[in-house]
Design a protein around this ligand. Structure first.
Ligand code: HEC
Length: 218
Protein backbone atom coordinates (compact mmCIF):
# COMPACT_ATOMS: atom_id res chain seq x y z
CA UNK A 1 0.00 0.00 0.00
CA UNK A 2 2.85 2.32 0.89
CA UNK A 3 4.17 2.01 -2.68
CA UNK A 4 0.81 2.90 -4.10
CA UNK A 5 0.73 6.14 -2.07
CA UNK A 6 4.32 6.92 -2.96
CA UNK A 7 3.64 6.30 -6.62
CA UNK A 8 0.48 8.40 -6.49
CA UNK A 9 2.41 11.19 -4.77
CA UNK A 10 5.12 11.10 -7.40
CA UNK A 11 2.62 11.09 -10.24
CA UNK A 12 0.74 14.04 -8.67
CA UNK A 13 3.94 15.99 -8.15
CA UNK A 14 4.96 15.23 -11.72
CA UNK A 15 1.64 16.29 -13.22
CA UNK A 16 1.48 19.47 -11.12
CA UNK A 17 5.02 20.50 -11.98
CA UNK A 18 4.45 19.73 -15.64
CA UNK A 19 1.19 21.69 -15.85
CA UNK A 20 2.13 24.52 -13.61
CA UNK A 21 5.22 25.80 -15.34
CA UNK A 22 4.86 29.43 -14.47
CA UNK A 23 6.66 32.29 -16.14
CA UNK A 24 7.11 30.62 -19.48
CA UNK A 25 5.60 32.31 -22.48
CA UNK A 26 3.32 29.96 -24.32
CA UNK A 27 2.88 31.03 -27.91
CA UNK A 28 0.15 28.57 -28.82
CA UNK A 29 -3.54 28.97 -28.38
CA UNK A 30 -4.93 27.86 -25.00
CA UNK A 31 -7.30 24.92 -24.98
CA UNK A 32 -10.75 26.36 -25.39
CA UNK A 33 -13.50 23.94 -26.29
CA UNK A 34 -16.31 26.39 -27.00
CA UNK A 35 -14.55 29.28 -28.69
CA UNK A 36 -17.46 31.74 -29.03
CA UNK A 37 -15.59 33.85 -31.59
CA UNK A 38 -12.73 34.34 -29.15
CA UNK A 39 -10.14 33.83 -31.86
CA UNK A 40 -11.31 35.99 -34.74
CA UNK A 41 -8.59 37.24 -37.09
CA UNK A 42 -7.72 40.87 -36.38
CA UNK A 43 -4.97 43.40 -36.76
CA UNK A 44 -3.32 44.96 -33.73
CA UNK A 45 -2.30 48.61 -33.52
CA UNK A 46 1.15 49.27 -34.99
CA UNK A 47 1.21 45.81 -36.56
CA UNK A 48 2.15 44.93 -40.13
CA UNK A 49 -0.42 43.57 -42.54
CA UNK A 50 -0.55 42.61 -46.20
CA UNK A 51 -3.70 44.56 -47.14
CA UNK A 52 -2.16 47.93 -48.00
CA UNK A 53 0.83 48.28 -50.27
CA UNK A 54 3.01 49.82 -47.55
CA UNK A 55 2.29 46.86 -45.22
CA UNK A 56 1.05 49.14 -42.46
CA UNK A 57 -2.17 48.29 -40.70
CA UNK A 58 -2.65 51.81 -39.30
CA UNK A 59 -3.35 54.50 -41.84
CA UNK A 60 -2.04 58.04 -41.73
CA UNK A 61 -4.78 60.66 -42.08
CA UNK A 62 -4.80 62.36 -45.51
CA UNK A 63 -2.77 65.56 -45.70
CA UNK A 64 -4.63 68.62 -44.43
CA UNK A 65 -6.97 66.66 -42.14
CA UNK A 66 -8.47 68.86 -39.44
CA UNK A 67 -9.43 67.21 -36.13
CA UNK A 68 -13.11 67.30 -35.45
CA UNK A 69 -14.69 67.91 -32.06
CA UNK A 70 -14.99 70.39 -29.25
CA UNK A 71 -16.72 73.69 -29.54
CA UNK A 72 -15.59 76.53 -31.71
CA UNK A 73 -14.61 78.97 -29.00
CA UNK A 74 -11.52 80.47 -27.45
CA UNK A 75 -10.05 78.65 -24.51
CA UNK A 76 -9.86 80.46 -21.20
CA UNK A 77 -6.24 81.15 -21.88
CA UNK A 78 -7.29 83.10 -24.96
CA UNK A 79 -5.72 80.74 -27.43
CA UNK A 80 -6.61 81.95 -30.92
CA UNK A 81 -6.85 78.44 -32.35
CA UNK A 82 -10.12 76.88 -33.25
CA UNK A 83 -11.08 73.87 -31.16
CA UNK A 84 -8.24 74.49 -28.71
CA UNK A 85 -9.81 72.19 -26.18
CA UNK A 86 -9.97 69.23 -28.46
CA UNK A 87 -6.24 68.75 -28.78
CA UNK A 88 -5.44 70.21 -25.37
CA UNK A 89 -2.49 71.88 -26.96
CA UNK A 90 -2.49 74.94 -24.77
CA UNK A 91 0.32 74.08 -22.37
CA UNK A 92 -0.34 77.03 -20.10
CA UNK A 93 -3.93 76.10 -19.54
CA UNK A 94 -3.82 72.30 -19.61
CA UNK A 95 -0.46 71.65 -17.98
CA UNK A 96 0.36 74.88 -16.18
CA UNK A 97 3.62 75.12 -18.09
CA UNK A 98 5.28 77.63 -20.30
CA UNK A 99 8.12 75.87 -22.04
CA UNK A 100 10.05 74.15 -19.26
CA UNK A 101 8.75 76.48 -16.52
CA UNK A 102 5.61 76.57 -14.44
CA UNK A 103 3.33 79.45 -15.28
CA UNK A 104 3.56 82.13 -12.65
CA UNK A 105 0.18 83.59 -13.33
CA UNK A 106 -3.20 81.91 -13.40
CA UNK A 107 -4.17 81.71 -17.11
CA UNK A 108 -7.86 82.04 -16.25
CA UNK A 109 -9.26 85.51 -15.85
CA UNK A 110 -9.72 86.20 -12.16
CA UNK A 111 -13.04 87.45 -10.91
CA UNK A 112 -15.28 86.93 -7.93
CA UNK A 113 -17.25 84.20 -9.69
CA UNK A 114 -14.08 82.18 -10.22
CA UNK A 115 -13.00 82.69 -6.61
CA UNK A 116 -16.37 81.55 -5.30
CA UNK A 117 -16.20 78.50 -7.51
CA UNK A 118 -12.67 77.85 -6.23
CA UNK A 119 -13.81 78.14 -2.62
CA UNK A 120 -16.62 75.70 -3.21
CA UNK A 121 -14.38 73.17 -4.99
CA UNK A 122 -11.62 73.59 -2.41
CA UNK A 123 -14.01 72.91 0.42
CA UNK A 124 -15.26 69.77 -1.32
CA UNK A 125 -12.00 68.30 -2.56
CA UNK A 126 -9.13 69.69 -0.53
CA UNK A 127 -10.38 70.69 2.90
CA UNK A 128 -10.99 67.10 4.09
CA UNK A 129 -7.21 66.74 4.31
CA UNK A 130 -5.75 70.23 4.15
CA UNK A 131 -8.39 71.91 6.32
CA UNK A 132 -10.63 74.85 5.47
CA UNK A 133 -7.73 77.28 5.79
CA UNK A 134 -5.18 75.01 4.14
CA UNK A 135 -2.91 74.56 7.13
CA UNK A 136 -3.15 70.77 6.94
CA UNK A 137 -5.54 69.97 9.78
CA UNK A 138 -8.55 68.59 7.88
CA UNK A 139 -10.91 66.03 9.35
CA UNK A 140 -9.00 63.17 7.71
CA UNK A 141 -6.02 63.88 9.93
CA UNK A 142 -8.13 62.71 12.87
CA UNK A 143 -8.66 59.40 11.13
CA UNK A 144 -5.10 58.36 10.49
CA UNK A 145 -4.12 60.54 7.53
CA UNK A 146 -0.62 61.64 8.42
CA UNK A 147 1.83 64.00 6.79
CA UNK A 148 -0.70 66.31 5.15
CA UNK A 149 1.18 69.38 4.02
CA UNK A 150 0.20 72.89 4.94
CA UNK A 151 -0.38 74.54 1.61
CA UNK A 152 -0.30 78.14 2.73
CA UNK A 153 2.93 78.22 4.74
CA UNK A 154 5.95 80.23 3.69
CA UNK A 155 7.43 77.38 1.68
CA UNK A 156 4.29 76.75 -0.32
CA UNK A 157 3.70 80.42 -0.87
CA UNK A 158 6.76 80.29 -3.11
CA UNK A 159 5.21 77.69 -5.38
CA UNK A 160 3.96 79.15 -8.64
CA UNK A 161 0.39 78.86 -9.82
CA UNK A 162 1.40 76.30 -12.42
CA UNK A 163 3.00 74.11 -9.77
CA UNK A 164 -0.18 74.15 -7.71
CA UNK A 165 -2.14 73.26 -10.80
CA UNK A 166 0.25 70.38 -11.38
CA UNK A 167 -0.07 69.02 -7.84
CA UNK A 168 -3.85 68.98 -8.18
CA UNK A 169 -3.63 67.39 -11.62
CA UNK A 170 -1.00 64.73 -10.97
CA UNK A 171 -0.81 64.48 -7.19
CA UNK A 172 2.43 64.49 -5.31
CA UNK A 173 4.05 62.01 -2.95
CA UNK A 174 1.20 60.49 -0.98
CA UNK A 175 -1.41 62.83 -2.41
CA UNK A 176 -3.50 61.33 -5.18
CA UNK A 177 -4.06 63.05 -8.52
CA UNK A 178 -7.35 64.92 -8.74
CA UNK A 179 -7.50 65.29 -12.52
CA UNK A 180 -10.23 62.66 -12.87
CA UNK A 181 -12.52 64.46 -10.42
CA UNK A 182 -11.78 68.15 -10.96
CA UNK A 183 -12.13 69.78 -14.36
CA UNK A 184 -9.30 71.93 -15.70
CA UNK A 185 -11.04 75.25 -15.15
CA UNK A 186 -12.02 74.26 -11.62
CA UNK A 187 -8.41 73.39 -10.84
CA UNK A 188 -7.43 76.91 -11.78
CA UNK A 189 -10.31 78.22 -9.69
CA UNK A 190 -8.93 76.30 -6.71
CA UNK A 191 -5.45 77.70 -7.32
CA UNK A 192 -6.91 81.21 -7.34
CA UNK A 193 -8.75 80.51 -4.10
CA UNK A 194 -5.60 79.14 -2.43
CA UNK A 195 -3.92 82.46 -3.25
CA UNK A 196 -6.82 84.23 -1.59
CA UNK A 197 -6.41 81.97 1.46
CA UNK A 198 -2.73 82.83 1.67
CA UNK A 199 -3.47 86.50 1.43
CA UNK A 200 -6.12 86.26 4.11
CA UNK A 201 -3.70 84.55 6.46
CA UNK A 202 -1.18 87.34 6.34
CA UNK A 203 -3.62 90.18 5.88
CA UNK A 204 -3.01 93.56 7.41
CA UNK A 205 -5.52 96.25 8.27
CA UNK A 206 -5.13 98.11 4.94
CA UNK A 207 -6.39 94.92 3.21
CA UNK A 208 -9.77 95.41 4.88
CA UNK A 209 -12.19 97.81 3.20
CA UNK A 210 -12.44 101.00 5.27
CA UNK A 211 -16.12 100.55 5.98
CA UNK A 212 -15.40 97.16 7.60
CA UNK A 213 -12.36 98.09 9.66
CA UNK A 214 -14.38 98.89 12.76
CA UNK A 215 -15.54 95.28 12.92
CA UNK A 216 -12.05 93.77 12.88
CA UNK A 217 -10.54 92.68 16.17
CA UNK A 218 -6.78 92.66 15.92
C1 HEC B 1 -6.69 62.56 0.90
C2 HEC B 1 -5.99 63.68 1.46
C3 HEC B 1 -5.68 64.86 0.55
C4 HEC B 1 -6.55 65.59 -0.21
C5 HEC B 1 -8.04 65.40 -0.36
C6 HEC B 1 -5.77 66.62 -0.83
N1 HEC B 1 -4.45 66.50 -0.48
FE1 HEC B 1 -2.95 67.75 -0.98
N2 HEC B 1 -1.64 66.65 0.09
C7 HEC B 1 -1.97 65.53 0.83
C8 HEC B 1 -0.77 64.97 1.40
C9 HEC B 1 -0.69 63.72 2.28
C10 HEC B 1 0.30 65.80 1.00
C11 HEC B 1 1.78 65.62 1.27
C12 HEC B 1 2.31 64.81 0.12
C13 HEC B 1 3.73 64.38 0.31
O1 HEC B 1 4.59 65.24 0.50
O2 HEC B 1 3.95 63.16 0.25
C14 HEC B 1 -0.29 66.85 0.18
C15 HEC B 1 0.42 67.88 -0.39
C16 HEC B 1 -0.13 68.92 -1.10
C17 HEC B 1 0.59 70.06 -1.60
C18 HEC B 1 2.07 70.32 -1.39
C19 HEC B 1 2.91 69.70 -2.47
C20 HEC B 1 4.37 70.06 -2.25
O3 HEC B 1 5.08 70.13 -3.26
O4 HEC B 1 4.80 70.25 -1.11
C21 HEC B 1 -0.29 70.85 -2.24
C22 HEC B 1 -0.01 72.17 -2.95
C23 HEC B 1 -1.59 70.23 -2.14
N3 HEC B 1 -1.45 69.06 -1.42
C24 HEC B 1 -2.75 70.75 -2.67
C25 HEC B 1 -3.97 70.12 -2.61
C26 HEC B 1 -5.16 70.62 -3.23
C27 HEC B 1 -5.26 71.94 -3.98
C28 HEC B 1 -6.15 69.72 -2.98
C29 HEC B 1 -7.59 69.77 -3.46
C30 HEC B 1 -7.76 69.68 -4.87
C31 HEC B 1 -5.58 68.65 -2.19
N4 HEC B 1 -4.26 68.91 -1.99
C32 HEC B 1 -6.29 67.55 -1.71
C33 HEC B 1 -3.23 64.99 1.01
C34 HEC B 1 -4.36 65.45 0.39
Amino acid sequence: MRWVFLGLGLVTAGVVSWMGRRGELHEGRPWVFITDMAFEPRYDAQAAGPFFSDDRVMRAPPAGTVPFGGADYESDAGSPRQNPDFLREDDRYYRGKEGPNWVTQNPVKLDIVLLRRGRERFNIYCSPCHGATGVGNGIMTQYGMVGVASITDDLHRLMSDGEYFNVITNGKGRMMPYAPQIKVRDRWAIVAYIRALMRSESATLPDVPESQRGKVTP
